[in-house]
Design a protein around this ligand. Sequence first.
Ligand code: HEC
Ligand code: HEC
Length: 201
Amino acid sequence: MKKKSILSVLGLIALSGVALSAQAEGNIEAGKNAFEACRGCHTSVGTSNVYPTYYVPKIGGQVAAYTFSAMKTYQGSQRPHRTMMANTHDLTDQTLEDIAAYLAQDTEGSTTAIANGGDKVKGKKLAAACMACHNDDTAATATNPRLAGQHANFLEKAMQEYQTGKRNNVLMQSMVQGLSEDDIKDVAAYFNSLKGLTTVK
Ligand code: HEC
Ligand code: HEC
């Protein structure tokens, strides 16, 4: 992957802060109730998406601002995933805030993270360029997604979709465009090997 100057990375950090700044207070109890409809897929380890096959992402302990923004991207079709578009399309912003607040504090579920056989030592070197943003910050002010402990094939799939533009996100496209297929596998293996996200309890 090409080296980025510190300045350009800082610029992008500022940009990502603006993109994800929509934030209000979420109600955890209301979020828990609203999440009932989501439990079938997001509460057991190893549930798979089919065509293509990859594991449903772990979202327990995820940064609230990111969960909110991810659901907005399904609603707005920047992430054209049919099931998630259908599951979020009629939810209000308040409900999304509530669900995001609920998920951020739900960290008692399984930590099992399914691996992909990639080389995490190589992956760690490549990930140096990512740590400014993906440093597993769980503070209430954090905005960037946690990747630590995510199922590896979901991380691979997300990176591939930024590369192809299927996930329409200019920032992340620029971050991963220089990664080869093997690089993606190794970076995913590295973040997968860290302790972090949980399956929702
Ligand atoms: C039929 C299974 C299914 C149901 C039901 C479902 N999801 Fe998902 N969810 C998925 C899959 C598969 C993905 C990964 C989609 C992709 O590739 O972008 C996902 C992705 C997500 C993400 C993005 C995670 C990330 O790291 O980017 C969030 C947040 C999420 N779901 C929340 C919810 C909420 C909230 C509900 C209920 C309103 C819900 N899901 C219902 C299967 C499901
Ligand atoms: C300037 C900050 C920044 C840098 C540097 C950065 N990212 Fe990201 N990353 C983000 C943001 C913001 C998102 C959420 C984008 C979206 O809404 O789809 C994201 C999303 C992701 C996702 C999807 C997460 C999910 O749960 O769906 C992966 C995987 C990822 N980044 C990997 C990387 C890798 C690998 C690198 C280094 C090569 C990197 N990122 C560098 C800010 C950054």
